[in-house]
Design a protein. Sequence first.
Length: 225
Amino acid sequence: MTVVEICVEDALGVRRARDGGADRVEVCRDLSCGGLTPAFDEVAAALEVAPAGGVQVLVRPRPGDFAHSREEVDRIASDIAQLALVGRGAAVPLGFVVGVLEPGGRINVDASARLRDEAGDAPLTFHRGFDQVEDLDRGLDVLMELGYDRVLTTGGDPAVARPEALARLVAQGGDDIIILVSGGLRAHNVADVVAASRAREVHMRAPGACGTDQEEVERIVAALH
């Protein structure tokens, strides 16, 4: 059965995603720029109403590229440590979504290793910055070597899921890392992308007039199940 992760911006969106049947949520703010680190009190509120699969928190200090400075990596690490305290004792898992690249389009191994260490046993996902990596196959090997749990990816496209590329990554990752498939997914196309890529998990928004649309979440879940 395919795991459905819905990207939301607030606790109300978390509740709507949960009630629509989502397995897990990612919480961030300012989706207009691809998402930034949410307020810590928003994460605390999200944990109280989250689905059983838990909450993934995007930890991204600024919009723009993913070639973060040493000071920005320090901030990401500090935010992970503080968010871990927010999640202590929560009824559902709390994980983190991060990503640091070199200016030339490779994964910043030192920074990525540091963030893996900072996250401890918490689930850790490398975000869509992965789609800017020049060699996705090598990039995936690096993330597996570092012990990342997931990578959020379209298969290398800026916006749209590429099923053939995703299928290759899914096969390469095997049981060592989960390919969290994204890229323009909605209820009308998610089942086809999952069938073609053999993905075990998918990530998408469920936008409506007032934020997350519970009925769209229900349609997504129904399409997959």
